[in-house]
Write a protein of this length. Structure first.
Length: 96
């Protein structure tokens, strides 16, 4: 059944199915790709998406902390690690 549904939904764009299901009274919403979520202006306005500097000097959009302290979201203090940056330390500690 899952395979049939997957094949069926692949026949039209996401917006089509959202409209069809909503018209039929089925509660639904689109499942967004990550790049769509971090580009959402509403999330940016609520402070849920932040720009973060990477080690190479470029920037990327990241999710902010999901909680607030005294009405403010905690800042992003560290850049995300480069690919493989902590692999050796992780394996040394946890094995592998």
């Amino acid at each position: 059944m899952v395979e049939w549904l997957s094949d069926h939904f692949a026949t039209a764009p996401r917006a089509h199915w959202t409209e069809v299901l909503a018209h039929a009274g089925v509660p639904c919403g689109p499942v967004r790709e990550l790049h769509e979520v971090v580009a959402d202006p509403a999330l940016g306005a609520r402070g849920m998406i932040r720009d973060a500097a990477l080690a190479d000097g470029t920037s990327t959009r990241l999710f902010a902390q999901p909680w607030r302290v005294d009405g403010e979201r905690p800042p992003l203090r560290l850049a995300p690690p480069r690919l493989g940056e902590h692999t050796a330390a992780f394996l040394a500690r946890f094995g592998g």
